[in-house]
Design a protein around this ligand. Structure first.
Ligand SMILES: NC(=O)c1ccc[n+]([C@@H]2O[C@H](COP(=O)([O-])OP(=O)(O)OC[C@H]3O[C@@H](n4cnc5c(N)ncnc54)[C@H](OP(=O)(O)O)[C@@H]3O)[C@@H](O)[C@H]2O)c1
Length: 378
């Protein structure tokens, strides 16, 4: 299974919105075939491993990181469970279940009814990590949301004047750009888009098109910005509430997608934005700020984790920007409960970042109440 996991990881950042999947076929203690899912729409890991093994697949054990899919489960590629059966695979050992309602258990039932032995769960934490964003989105029916922030030791992301270049070190900024690869899309607020004029691309670049999203209630996005100028190469989605029709046409002429949604106090409603993105097949988001946007995701409890790049600086000062803005809570019990990610789920492991002396990254996961787990946006 470890070998299957390593196979899966070879496509890190390229399979979105699909999860990473690896498969290894073993017969008489010898690896006879292996493969990984390279990108959405390309063959599944099991199909590639079977192809590599040819006739040697007969009587083998398949180690696959994700439960094999069943007929009708996915439109783009033929289902894997019947293929494993047809190839004469005798045993299937899988890492984690697929929470896609179209798959859930169907492949396993098919395998069992054909007399294939099915074993679940070795290396569960590692296998879970490969599918975390995907399975979370399937369960909650909204994208997995990671808030990412670079802050001083006293929690500031910019001075009163809005100066934020650079709070984090070069190494930290590079690491933050690598994290982007793991998400389907990046989200920022329009103030960040205007003030920083960022490109919001991952580094190294992905081969797949990479989506950037700006929450821009009144369509203030400058047509000459880097984001708009690169919209033809890499999708740019503006989520708005209103905006001059002429401006919308100008932006769309540059290849920008404009999605109007319901407003909340004049601003983009976060639940509505998540619904619109989910409907377009976006299953994971990294929200990069600024503080107003962070504040809204936190207020609506529509996030799953916060990744903190902590810079060894103290800024101080009244009114300089704290990482999370929004309304002031009155009581401490309005605070959001978080828990530090387990050691095996630390940023270095989960996101494959190399540990170094000047790179401090913390991941805290939101403590989800039972009711929140089943709650859907809006
Ligand atoms: N250190 C870091 O990690 C980091 C990261 C990012 C940004 N920054 C800094 O943060 C500053 C910008 O932060 P900011 O807080 O001023 O602005 P922001 O969060 O980037 O953008 C806020 C704006 O987004 C729009 N918006 C639309 N829907 C929203 C919603 N539901 N909730 C909140 N905002 C919504 C609103 O403008 P409309 O009403 O016009 O839509 C709002 O004024 C910059 O100085 C930037 O350099 C630092």
């Amino acid at each position: 299974m470890r070998r299957a996991i390593r196979q899966a990881e070879r496509a890190l950042g390229e399979t979105n919105p699909n999860p990473l999947v690896g498969c290894v076929l073993v017969r008489n203690g010898v690896v006879v075939g292996e493969g990984f899912h390279a990108r959405a729409g390309s063959p599944h890991a099991e199909a590639l491993a079977l192809e590599a093994a040819g006739r040697k697949a007969r009587g083998s054990t398949a180690y696959v990181t994700l439960e094999p899919c069943a007929p009708n489960a996915r439109k783009r590629t033929p289902p894997c469970a019947p293929r494993l059966i047809a190839a004469g695979v005798r045993r299937v050992v899988f890492g984690v279940r697929d929470l896609n309602p179209l798959v859930q258990g169907a492949g396993l039932r098919l395998l069992r009814s054909a007399g294939v032995r099915v074993v679940e769960g070795p290396c569960l934490p590692e296998a879970r990590r490969l599918t975390q964003h995907f399975n979370s989105a399937m369960r909650l029916r909204r994208p997995f949301v990671s808030l990412k922030t670079g802050m001083t030791l006293d929690g500031r992301i910019a001075t009163v004047s809005g100066d934020s270049r650079w709070i984090t070190s070069k190494t930290q900024r590079a690491a933050a750009r690598t994290l982007r690869r793991l998400f389907d899309a990046i989200v920022v607020g329009i103030e960040t888009a205007i003030k920083d004029d960022p490109g919001l691309m991952p580094e190294p670049r992905t081969l797949r098109p990479y989506t950037r999203v700006v929450l821009d209630s009144g369509l203030r996005m400058p047509v000459r910005s880097r984001l708009v100028r690169s919209a033809r190469r890499s999708p740019l989605i503006l989520i708005c509430v209103r905006g001059p029709a002429g401006r919308r046409l100008d932006l769309e002429a540059q290849g920008v997608t404009v999605i109007p949604v319901r407003g909340k106090q004049g601003r983009v409603s976060i639940p509505a934005a998540l619904r619109a993105l989910f409907a377009r097949g976006i299953l994971s988001l990294m929200v990069e700020g600024g503080s107003e946007v962070m504040g809204s995701f936190v207020r609506d409890r529509l996030f799953d984790e916060i990744v903190i790049f902590r810079a060894p600086l103290i800024l101080g000062g009244r009114g300089s920007r704290a990482a999370v803005g929004g309304d002031n809570p009155v009581r401490v019990n309005e605070a959001v409960a978080m828990t530090r990610a387990r050691r095996e789920d630390s940023a270095t492991v989960r996101y494959g970042l190399k540990a170094s002396a000047d790179l401090e990254v913390e991941v805290y996961e939101r403590v989800q109440s039972r009711s929140a787990r089943t709650r859907q946006p809006g």
